[in-house]
Design a protein around this ligand. Structure first.
Ligand SMILES: C=CC1=C(C)c2cc3[nH]c(cc4nc(cc5[nH]c(cc1n2)c(C)c5CCC(=O)O)C(CCC(=O)O)=C4C)c(C)c3C=C
Ligand SMILES: [Fe+2]
Length: 457
């Protein structure tokens, strides 16, 4: 890991430099190589002239005019659009956006062709929405007056907002109760099994597992929610939402251009995360290589996504001294520096002794247990979010961290680490794991293809 000084939130990032605001130089959205439809912003401008359904060129002009009216300002986060097509799915190394809506689905059709048609429909809608367009070609208000619109409308006028949509396949898609549902059983990756029960798990089945998942990240919550809502609408009769989770406040940085955010315990979170600017390390720890599992080579270039809903007993935490809080994490609260000294991006020195010849970073602290040195070098790309889902009947906030991590293999990069922290981590006293799921995340989508196509080839 190369510690990197942060943060200039407006600095260009690796993915963004490939991207352009969608309305200016739109990415094709239908796989035909031709961009169609109007942007949600363009629609607003065009609607007054009574030209809904106008080609993108005109809509793009309206947007461009507004952009070029003054000196070129740095793009505001909500004006960013990330490419949907590429070698890897967006939403993994993409600089973590501020908001999340994550949904897991049960597939309810028994027909393989219907499953494929769902993935095709999702691909078309995702390609459009990530570029700031309506979910369907007609849009929220331009279709037949006597038919439900092909977009629900709550994102009219909103820019792309950095929306990324990342799709995953759960173990149940391959086998359910031992049954090969869609002729995919012999292509199930060996690593794609339900996660085992860990110490301190208190899982709610209604917040766990799922055949499919969609991670929607954006810099506007309405845009993320709009995307999941429309994908759920499109899935009608083929898949239904099993559970979903809203998140605010990213708890990780995935780019050195981002400032390190804080979790609900008030600590900087994401300091030592894998970052997009370390492609060789990301290759090693995130992307599944060809040949890793010959029966599942369709997953090459993809990844595994671990999702854990972790409740944090913040009321108990808030009664602990600052000394205790820092000892539990192993870093300082103010700067996020390791307790062995230095600044935020200094490497921790776990051998350095302090008073009473005790290590300055306690052996049972969180960072001592999860650090790669203590885990055969394993690293993960964390992409979690804070959540508050109201309060409990006991007057406590139902709050915590929706932990998301992308790994090359959960058997080496997550399960042993989670097992260890469930038993020996001082942080565990303040945590309760209430949801759990594992998904295989197929590689990126090529123009004209649909998400996960390699699985069905
Ligand atoms: C099994 C993996 C992990 C779980 C579950 C987990 C939960 C969790 N973590 C924090 C707070 C912090 N975690 C930090 C670092 C960190 N955490 C993990 C793994 C899990 N965390 C890793 C691999 C690392 C990086 C270790 C390293 O390379 O040094 C930190 C320190 C800052 C940072 O580097 O990000 C904090 C703070 C909470 C609150 C939490 C559950 C709610
Ligand atoms: Fe952690």
């Amino acid at each position: 890991m190369t510690p990197q000084p942060p943060p200039d939130e407006s600095a260009p990032d690796t993915q963004l430099s490939e991207a352009t605001p969608s309305t200016r130089d739109p990415e094709p959205v239908d796989g035909s190589g031709t961009a169609r439809g109007v942007s949600r912003r363009g629609l607003l401008g065009a609607a007054g002239a009574g030209v809904a359904g106008l080609g993108l060129g005109a809509a793009g002009m309206a947007y461009q005019d507004r952009q070029s009216a003054g000196a070129a300002p740095a793009p505001h986060p909500v004006d960013r659009a990330y490419p949907f097509y590429g070698d890897h799915q967006a939403g993994i190394v993409t600089p973590a956006q501020d908001r999340l809506h994550f949904a897991a689905f049960d597939v309810i059709t028994t027909d393989r062709d219907e499953l494929i048609s769902l993935l095709r429909d999702w691909t078309a809608a995702a390609a459009r929405m990530t570029q700031g367009r309506d979910a369907g070609e007609l849009g929220a208000t331009s279709g037949s007056y006597d038919a439900p619109p092909d977009d629900t409308g709550e994102a009219i006028g909103l820019p792309p907002s950095g929306l990324t949509l990342t799709f995953g396949f759960g173990p149940g898609l391959f086998r359910q109760d031992g049954k090969d549902r869609f002729g995919l059983a012999d292509r199930q990756p060996k690593a794609l099994r339900r996660l085992p029960h860990f110490p301190a798990d208190k899982l709610d089945p209604a917040r766990s597992d799922g055949d499919l998942c969609v991670q929607a990240c954006a810099d506007d919550p309405q845009v993320a929610v709009h995307a999941i809502r429309n994908l759920a609408r499109i899935a009608f009769g083929r898949a239904s939402v099993r559970w979903s989770q809203l998140g605010f406040g990213r708890t990780s940085s995935t780019s050195t251009a981002q400032a390190t955010p804080r979790n609900l315990f008030g600590f900087k979170d994401g300091t030592a995360n894998l970052k997009a600017e370390e492609p060789a390390t990301v290759d090693e720890h995130v992307w599944v290589p060809t040949g890793a599992d010959p029966a599942a080579d369709w997953l090459a270039g993809g990844s595994y996504l671990v999702a854990r809903r972790i409740n944090m007993t913040i009321e108990t935490w808030d009664r602990q001294s600052l000394r205790e809080q820092e000892a539990v994490i192993g870093r300082s609260k103010a700067e996020g520096a390791p307790l062995s000294g230095g600044s935020e991006f200094s490497e921790p020195d776990f051998a350095l002794l302090g008073r009473g010849d005790l290590p300055l970073i306690a052996k049972n602290s969180h960072v001592a247990l999860v650090h790669p040195d203590a885990n055969d070098g394993a690293r993960m790309l964390r992409r979690g979010y804070n959540f508050v889902d109201g309060s409990t009947g006991l007057g406590r906030l139902d709050a915590g961290l929706f932990f998301l991590a992308y790994v090359v293999d959960p058997r080496t990069h997550f399960i042993p680490i989670q097992t260890k922290i469930g038993v020996g981590d001082a942080l565990s006293e303040y945590l309760q794991h209430t949801g759990s799921a594992l998904f295989a995340v197929p590689p990126g989508v090529k123009l004209g293809e649909y998400v996960g196509q390699s699985l069905f080839a």
